[in-house]
Design a protein around this ligand. Sequence first.
Ligand SMILES: C[S@@+](CC[C@H](N)C(=O)[O-])C[C@H]1O[C@@H](n2cnc3c(N)ncnc32)[C@H](O)[C@@H]1O
Length: 304
Amino acid sequence: MTQSFQASRQWERISELWVTEEASVDLTDFKSDRVNYKISLWDPRTNGIRYLKALVYELATRLEPEDWERIQKVPNREVGNPVTVRVDGKSVCMDYLQASLEIGFIEKEVELRGARVMEIGAGYARTCHAMLSNYDLDEYCIVDLKNTMMLSRRYLREVLDDEQFAKVRFVEVGDIGAELESSRFDLCINVHSFTEMTPATVDAYLALIDEKCSAFFVKNPVGKYIDKSMDGYLEGDEAVQMALENGPLRKVLDIHDSEAVEAAVPEFISAYRPADGWTCAADGRGVPWSYFWQALYRKSGSHS
Ligand SMILES: C[S@@+](CC[C@H](N)C(=O)[O-])C[C@H]1O[C@@H](n2cnc3c(N)ncnc32)[C@H](O)[C@@H]1O
């Protein structure tokens, strides 16, 4: 009988290595060190995928039926071997979960049937893929740097059919003047990339948007942060310095303090307004990140 109350071999080992006799001597940091990482939390320094999956899973359980519908309309999402979770038999990764929420926000404000869309800084083109799979667009123009565009071109060639792929136009940043001279767009999209460009470049893009577009969707951070505990400055101090000098919003704040984030929102709305004559039609948190905000602007005289 006594025997059955004893520690398992697993806990004998934990008591020997983590929750040792010495663990109770000094409580200064125990909730953020290996003692608590064996009691309440998984060590966040080595469990990135576990936490990512937990986050995606949690978000996925909160999706509305229409959010899932948009996700499921996107074929070939498994290309590239994403980190996925399954909820009610449906698989999803963070990228397309976000894409669904983003385009769900946009579609409330902009008529996308027959629309011409320009995206600045498309990454591998998850948004383009999700939009072309959900709406009968006329054109999707990606403006990006050469190497990233090689990736998005290759990816879209793989995931889209011929008809959809033919709607995508690829414009390298050096060719913007000549390539876009006579172009007009119903919508411009910028997600998580103006924050990584110099303030002068962002100004130039905002002027381009003012000249060529009727609506603008932006989702970016409201400011910068300095918190070595988050990633141990994995990419080095210089990378941190570079991040701090880019984007129109460079004020440092506590990005996990909702009041600090909300206080930064008016500046966000003003910084990303392309020009006078544009109004913000809708804005909200850029889920899932605590410090991202999203906004949809419309040029006066244009209709949704
Ligand atoms: C962090 S990625 C975000 C990608 C995508 N929007 C997403 O959220 O998945 C930043 C993107 O901005 C692009 N970018 C960086 N500097 C740029 C510039 N000066 N002009 C256009 N695109 C740029 C990068 O090539 C990349 O596609």
